[in-house]
Design a binder for this molecule. Structure first.
Ligand code: SF4
Length: 347
């Protein structure tokens, strides 16, 4: 049976504690489809034919997604499923969004957990990890100076108390990580790995995997850190969608089905694990193809329907959303006349 199962930070980690595995520095091998053509400038060659890339390409402008180098990431796929108009605002209109303290904290904590594994095994302590935190924030701020507005005191200075509080929250997340895994028992095969595969209809699936662990048996585990709380069982499928997306890409890219998908929720101290099978991933592939057909249809017709939900509370675009009395900006692409109903739905 392939169901998600979870551990808590309260000691109920149980029978498959990570220490039972010895995940070694090794890359997936084996037969499979031909290596994909990298869509970004290679940063470093991988042994075993894998390629790590530093940036994602931005599709060239044009009315037809297929002609724009059709590609989909888990985030954009989720955007479209949540609200087609939100997808349009983000992907086609590229409307700016305000930086978020929570998302920025997530970025910093991810950087710390990535760099933690640069430290030799045995020295990966909470104290060592916490020492990485402030430099990670300083580097991010240097790269994205606009983030300073998160802690602006209104007089051009830094709101020190707010910044300290925010950093304190990040420290708690890093410390909680150590209650869930012992990084001294792990040697990830890859961190922040760019993965990409092209389906036979031309659609490219792409994304970044936080961590890839490979066992001596060749079993692959895909790990993703979440700085929020674990969702209730009702919303678990949505959380696992991103992981199944990555599993599908890795399967197509390297010809081996990942054995385990693991979501590490630092906000609540939970781990959700899921062992996918081929039928799972084929279903995800069918869903993504249908989603892409719906996106292509909306791109050609300009018909991007808003979908009002509770999540609108987190949307930066209410001012230009018809659901909130706004008017979207002029459609940036040529519109093709509608000849029939949409062939597929987003779901
Ligand atoms: S406010 Fe809601 S309905 Fe409007 S674009 Fe944003 S997510 Fe969609």
């Amino acid at each position: 049976m392939h169901r998600a199962f979870r551990d808590g930070a309260d000691g109920a980690v149980g029978h498959e504690r990570d220490g039972c595995y010895w995940w070694v520095l090794e890359v997936p091998r084996g037969p499979g489809p031909p290596a994909p053509v990298p869509r970004a400038v290679p940063r470093a060659p991988y042994p075993g034919g894998m390629t790590e890339t530093g940036t994602e390409t931005t599709p060239a402008a044009g009315p037809d997604p297929a002609a724009r180098g059709a590609s989909l990431s888990p985030s954009r796929a989720s955007d479209f499923m949540q609200c087609p108009l939100l997808y349009r605002f983000r992907v086609l209109d590229k409307l700016p969004e305000k930086p978020s303290a929570a998302a920025t904290r997530g970025t910093v904590v991810h950087t710390v957990l990535e760099r933690l594994f640069d430290i030799p095994r045995g020295d990966r302590t909470p104290e060592a990890a916490l020492r990485l935190l402030r430099p990670a924030w300083d580097e991010l701020l240097a790269k994205r100076p606009e983030l300073a507005e998160l802690f602006d005191d209104g007089e051009g200075g830094v709101a020190a108390a707010e910044l300290a509080d925010w950093l304190g929250g990040a420290e708690q997340l890093v410390e909680r990580y150590f209650t869930l895994e012992d990084p001294n028992m792990l040697e990830p095969a890859r961190r922040e790995l760019y993965v990409e595969t092209k389906l036979d209809d031309g659609l490219t699936l792409r994304g970044y995997v936080d961590r890839l662990d490979v066992a001596p048996t060749g079993d692959v585990r895909v790990v993703d850190y979440k700085t929020g709380k674990a969702p209730s069982a009702r919303f678990e499928d949505k959380a696992l969608f991103q992981m199944k997306f990555y599993a599908l890409v890795l399967w197509r890219q390297y010809g081996r089905l990942p054995r385990r998908l693991q979501l590490v929720y630092l906000g609540s101290g939970d781990i959700v694990r899921y062992d996918p099978d081929e039928q799972d991933l084929l279903a995800v592939e069918r869903k993504l193809r249908a989603l892409w057909t719906a996106i292509q249809q909306a791109t050609r017709t300009g018909d991007w329907r808003p979908n009002r939900t509770k999540l609108c509370g987190w949307c930066d675009h209410q001012a230009v959303c018809p659901e909130f009395g706004g008017t979207p900006p002029a459609y940036p692409l040529p519109v093709v006349a509608v000849t029939g109903p949409a062939e597929t739905s987003a779901e």
